[in-house]
Design a protein around this ligand. Structure first.
Ligand SMILES: [Zn+2]
Length: 269
């Protein structure tokens, strides 16, 4: 082999090694994008970081539909995480926290129109009060086969700092009420305001939950722990479909963590 060929072969090997390393790196920071919505409402308050307008939400669902995203029920997303498997490209799951009535009024029609499965985490004590959905609306959606109803506790308590009796109540009590009212098995818990620790996770497991959902995606390490599944917050910045596309990539949590680390802040929301 002459010198030129040796250089070519060395470059080729280097390129292969770099590609494999890059692929391994991407796989290590990838997380299945589980979108986290809250209120879908028209609001003049631009400072509200968790309310998405109905028009923007409908555009986002159309985007997922037109770009042929693989929108899967939350249960399937949990299976991928539990089995440590990477889903097909452009796989996404959709969740809503709190159970606002505007989810029924604005999100549900768009989800139906574009055939998008989604999960809504309900605070049982809030059902039928103020801006929250009532049992009729919850059951209509649950029966549609499009919406999966799960628990967001009884009172939206900060689970890290309550005593065990109250913690058990919040976890098992909300599950019981939702199962009674919907006639379906409640499998998942969403920790209010991202408040959880190892004890909360083990109590959730004891209460019969199969997975628990968090709110803040700050950890860099890949997480296959189904009792602290991270999600991607959809805020009004995602009205811009380019931002939305980035949030759907599966790498958003990694870049966000880098950004947060550089600011040295602890985002709780
Ligand atoms: Zn909440």
């Amino acid at each position: 082999m002459n010198r030129k060929n040796k250089i070519l072969v060395s470059c080729g090997i280097l390129l292969i090694v770099l590609s494999v390393a890059f692929k391994l790196f991407l796989d290590s920071v990838y997380r299945i994008p589980i979108l986290m919505y809250h209120s879908i409402e028209y609001t003049p308050n631009k400072k509200d970081k968790i309310t998405v307008s109905p028009d923007a939400f409908t555009r986002q669902m159309k985007f997922l539909h037109d770009r042929k995203y693989n929108v899967i029920p939350l249960e399937e997303a949990v299976s991928y995480i539990r089995e440590k498997k990477r889903p097909p490209a452009r796989t996404v799951a959709i969740t809503f926290d709190d159970g606002y009535e505007n989810n029924y009024k604005y999100a549900y029609p768009a989800l139906k129109r574009y055939h998008m499965p989604a999960t809504i985490f309900i605070i049982t004590d809030k059902v039928g009060k103020n801006d929250f959905m009532d049992w009729g609306q919850i059951n209509e959606m649950s029966a549609s086969g499009i919406i999966d109803i799960e628990s967001h506790t009884i009172s939206h308590a900060w689970l890290k700092y309550i005593d065990d009796k109250k913690l058990k109540d919040e976890l098992a009590g909300s599950k019981e009420v939702l199962e009674k009212m919907t006639g379906k098995k409640i499998k998942f818990i969403c920790y209010p305001m991202g408040g959880y620790n190892e004890h909360v996770k083990s109590m959730a497991k004891d209460a019969g939950y199969e997975a628990g959902f968090a709110t803040k995606p700050t950890r860099l390490a890949p997480s296959y722990d189904v009792y602290e599944i991270k999600r991607v917050r959809i805020s009004p910045t995602a009205d811009n479909l380019f931002v939305y596309w980035i949030k759907l990539s599966g790498y958003h949590a990694f870049f966000r963590a880098l950004h947060e680390d550089s600011k040295k802040t602890d985002i709780v929301k």
